[in-house]
Design a protein around this ligand. Structure first.
Ligand SMILES: [Zn+2]
Length: 304
């Protein structure tokens, strides 16, 4: 086989691949539109907006799949701002611990599953994006002193996902268009003005969530609710729920007022502790240290 023929064959299979991809794209669009082959991009966009408007009026209508695409985009914003900490053992430990906690939460399953990543930052910070991406900074993990206290951080973040606090941060006026764009994720329809507009509004919705999560913080009542979930999750997994109070006490020592971290996005630790203690009446604070937990914690996170 000469070189030219080989090149033509390769080109032919690329065309075939492109054809398959575009058929796949059409199928996705058709399922969104309920048929619509032969429509122009503008007509497709208009039909998608119309169909979304009839089904999605609030964040409660967001499907697990749409939530996944929204959460993934918010995760990209977090990773644009922070570098990941690449220690594999530490990240693996966080993922095993976090997934066990998520299994005993009220939301053990999300569309893309729960994933945990350490951020290489001295800030005392943690973020939970819709659908299950949880980021915890080195600065936050350095406030912990045991597996129970690390579990307390993760359980609070799982609480935010369980209660869909991220999605609630999207401005209601954007919900329909955000969902429409999420439905179209992966569909390559370039060059359409309407599609460009949808993409912009999707971006605005992601900004709503990311800026709430990173800059302004959720409402005080959302934080109290996430702490309440954390206490329940810790108890269900066999951890001492007082670890959440211990974690907040350690953070209180280190948070700088006006800092760009939990000091900015969360109520003062002392206020949260007061609320949490109401839920801990009757539970012994000083429980025996579990030697295996402590040794695996030290081995994975003890040297951060
Ligand atoms: Zn929080």
């Amino acid at each position: 086989m000469n070189r030219l023929v080989r090149m033509l064959l390769v080109a032919g299979s690329l065309v075939l691949l492109a054809a398959c991809t575009s058929t796949g794209t059409l199928n996705i669009l058709s399922s969104v539109l309920g048929g619509g082959n032969g429509m122009s991009d503008a007509e497709k966009a208009e039909a998608v907006v119309k169909s979304a408007r009839t089904v999605a009026k609030s964040f409660e209508d967001i499907t697990p799949e749409q939530e996944y695409y929204i959460g993934r985009a918010v995760g990209a914003v977090v990773l644009d701002r922070y570098r990941p900490y690449t220690n594999q053992e530490a990240n693996h430990y966080l993922n095993v611990l976090g997934r066990i906690l998520s299994l005993v939460s009220d939301r053990p399953e999300t569309f893309g599953g729960y994933h945990f990543l350490i951020l290489d930052s001295k800030e005392i910070n943690a973020f939970a994006t819709p659908s299950g991406l949880i980021f915890v900074s080195l600065g936050m993990l350095r406030c912990a002193s045991s597996e129970d206290t690390v579990a307390a951080i993760l359980a609070h973040e799982i609480g935010h996902i369980e209660l869909k606090h991220g999605l609630k941060a999207i401005k209601t006026s954007r919900i329909t268009t955000a969902l429409t764009s999420a439905a179209l994720t992966g569909v390559a329809v370039a060059g359409s003005k309407e599609m460009a507009e949808l993409t912009t509004v999707f971006g605005d919705s992601i900004t709503d969530i990311a800026s709430t999560m990173i800059n302004s913080g959720y409402s005080r009542s959302s934080e109290v609710q996430a702490d309440k979930s954390a206490v329940r999750i810790l108890q269900a997994a066999g951890y001492n729920p007082w670890a959440l109070v211990e974690m907040l006490e350690a953070m209180e020592q280190r948070l700088q007022p006006g800092g760009p971290d939990f000091a900015k996005t969360h109520p003062k630790p002392e206020l949260r502790i007061k609320e949490i203690e109401k839920k801990l009446a009757g539970i012994e604070r000083n429980q025996p240290v579990h030697p295996q937990r402590q040794s695996r914690y030290r081995s994975a996170l003890g040297e951060l």
